[in-house]
Design a protein around this ligand. Structure first.
Ligand code: PLP
Length: 431
């Protein structure tokens, strides 16, 4: 199986030690499952590896856009993780979970003055500033004489060879300020006269679903960022306290995806950073990383019920399920790969091939093409694995379809963390 929290009992698929068919019956479909113990395990892998290889002051920030709801922030608080937030809505949700905001970073390439004010009111620890517009906005919105800690988001000019839509560290990215063009240095010169901020360091995020095999992109990024930070410290006296290397570690969606060893990758990066800093004659800065996908992806699974089975003689087959791009738009957006299983017939031969299609009025509403499975019948349960990241958080109400609930599983017990939306919820803002 692609992850150790997935198993088989008789002819039923199990997830986090529980029978998925029974869970589908109890909570209805479509249904998001979340394995809380797996989330905690993934956090601890980062917490331990970063302390060990980067030093005591370093810490991981969970990039909460991957999956954002109250229970997740409570878990992150409990585990001692920092968090990334990208909108006032995420800030609000984290506040509702009593998250300690000093350990939060506020991201985004276009923060409005209202966003900036709200984030400061809530006591967000660090702003990850994308451009001069944001530094000006911070100065405009600052109400007291303290300085807002700012990390500057830069583009080191690295292409991690992932999907274009998720490669974010290239010079021509919509995110960050480019080092290569001299604009990052210009930004710092301007920022020096801004009394409302303290630049504590630099941030880059090379992309997502990146595997170490792809040319050590993290080492390349670290080298450029450290060189730049050392130069700014020397030339302009900007103390280089924090280096944030972003997120992006890849996860296994199918058996063809490699395993990424988080501890070994961070170990290699830690040794490299120490060596580079020694050469540059600077102290090793506090290192922050921002894993999103690799914290929650394999902690998620989605269950659906099979509705119609359409065999177009001589062409292809479709198996339609009771969810779709409204709860998982990733195939429609990026052509993402998934492992799809027939959860109630795990002991049968997979001799039928079909596109698993959603129920939306869009031909592109496909969860996964060319899935091999036993020939399904109406009412069978379809499981899509590794859906913990960028599924619930990307869900929509297209076609006025209510979002599925999130059911958390911990130590063999299931509990609802987010309720299923109702039709009443759908019209609550309609006047
Ligand atoms: C999306 C994002 C992350 C998380 O990326 P993953 O691939 O989910 O680990 C981290 N940092 C920033 C700035 C991001 O935009």
């Amino acid at each position: 199986m692609i992850c150790e929290n997935i198993g088989i009992n008789g002819n039923h698929l199990t997830f986090a030690g529980m029978d998925t068919v029974a869970l589908a019956e109890k909570h209805g479909t479509p249904l998001y499952l979340f394995d809380e113990d797996r989330v905690r395990h993934n956090c601890r892998v980062y917490l331990e590896a970063m302390k060990k290889h980067f030093g005591e002051s370093s810490f991981p920030c969970y990039a909460s856009k991957a999956a954002s709801f109250k229970r997740i922030y409570e878990i992150m608080k409990d585990e001692g993780m920092g968090i990334d937030l990208v909108s006032p809505g995420e800030i609000y949700t984290a506040m509702k979970a009593d998250f300690t905001m000093e350990k939060s970073l506020f991201h985004g390439n276009n923060k409005t003055d209202a966003d900036v004010s709200y984030a400061m009111e809530c006591g967000v620890g660090y702003f990850v500033a994308d451009s001069i517009y944001e530094l000006d906005a911070i100065a405009r919105c600052k109400k007291d004489s303290t300085k807002q800690k700012v990390i500057l988001r830069l583009t080191p000019g690295i292409d991690p060879h992932t999907y274009d839509a998720v490669a974010t560290g290239k010079v021509d990215s919509k995110f960050g300020t480019a080092i290569e063009t001299g604009q990052a240095e210009e930004l710092i010169k301007k920022a020096l006269s801004n009394e409302s901020i303290e630049i504590v360091g630099y941030h880059c995020h090379v992309g997502s679903q990146v595997f170490d095999s792809e040319g050590d992109v993290y080492l390349q990024a670290a080298k450029i960022m450290l060189g730049f930070g050392a130069k700014m410290q020397k030339e302009y006296g900007v103390a280089f306290k924090v280096l944030n290397l972003g997120g992006g570690f890849g996860v296994r969606y199918t058996d063809n995806d490699p395993y990424l060893d988080v501890d070994a990758t961070i170990g290699k990066l830690g040794a490299f950073i120490k060596e580079e800093c020694a050469q540059l004659g600077i102290d090793v800065p506090q290192i922050i990383m921002e894993p999103g996908r690799s914290i929650v992806a394999d902690a998620g699974m989605t269950l659906y019920s099979v509705g119609t089975i359409k065999e177009i003689t001589g062409y292809k087959n479709y198996v339609s399920i009771d969810g779709g791009m409204t709860d998982n738009p990733r195939y429609a957006l990026y052509g993402s790969k998934y492992t799809v299983l027939l959860a109630n017939r795990m002991d049968e031969e997979c001799d039928f091939v079909a596109d698993v299609a959603g129920r939306c009025c869009e031909s592109g509403d496909i969860i996964q093409p060319d899935v091999k499975m036993p020939k399904p019948v109406r009412g069978d349960i379809v499981a899509v694995c590794t859906t913990g990241a960028y599924n619930f958080s990307m869900a929509s109400n297209y076609n006025r379809i209510p979002r599925p609930p999130v059911v958390m599983i911990s130590k063999g017990k299931d509990s609802v963390a987010v309720k299923r939306e109702t039709y009443e919820d759908l019209v609550k803002n309609d006047i």
